[in-house]
Design a binder for this molecule. Sequence first.
Ligand code: UDP
Length: 251
Amino acid sequence: MSSTPYRRVLLKLSGESFARAGERGIAMDEVVHIARQTVQAASRGVELAIVIGGGNILRGGSFTAGNAAIQEATAHYMGMLATVINGLALQDAVESLGAQTRLMTAIRMDGVAEPYIRRRARRHLEKGRIVILAAGTGSPYVTTDTAAAQRALELGADILMKATRVDGVYSDDPEKNPHALLYRELTYQQVREQNLRVMDATAISQCMEHGMPILVFNYRREGNIERAVAGERVGTLVGPRRDEEPATPAD
Ligand code: UDP
């Protein structure tokens, strides 16, 4: 039985959700924790595709900064491979909880995962499988945020949900400024004009151009992924509101 306003959701999980706070690498208890939340969300009857990041292992841009011997494009490919490592961990964690999954990669690696083919991914979703999408877009110089926007659009998702470590979009970095205001709703224009940290600029532009709503919320609050999928009011919703009202801070 469906108990969600959405038919299909694209969930973006950053690599950091796989590591303990402040650490790098993969902590399987963290992976199982996030897997449990996603399985609970999927049990609401929504079709769930997950784009997984790789920042817990390697980020192309920052890796090159300290490694002059590595070309930037190479570092980005390394970053994309890091997302596949995370994808494999998430796949087993989700399946250990009894849900069906498919892992698809934007860079072919037969024997490890299926190649990403849009029509095949849609078919898996229709059959109720949780589809984990790794290797980003398959192209360097962008982040998995851009991959998430791209896949949300081409898979016909109703909304892109970005799971983060904070409660939503703030007027300033809440981990540094205790007076930062949390916004409940924003337009794409407000995000761009005020340079708010939601997703990278390419991802925002793509969503704005095609009217794809973005929900930014805190995955560290137990049950929040399920709440978001159920349409409960969590986090910050970024959408195509036409009026030019200033951004509204939460009460
Ligand atoms: N990456 C890339 N192309 C893509 C997606 C990712 O080159 O389409 C590389 C990029 O270097 C990025 C790294 O993979 O830094 C890991 O992804 P990301 O930093 O977005 O992970 P997250 O911050 O979500 O954990």
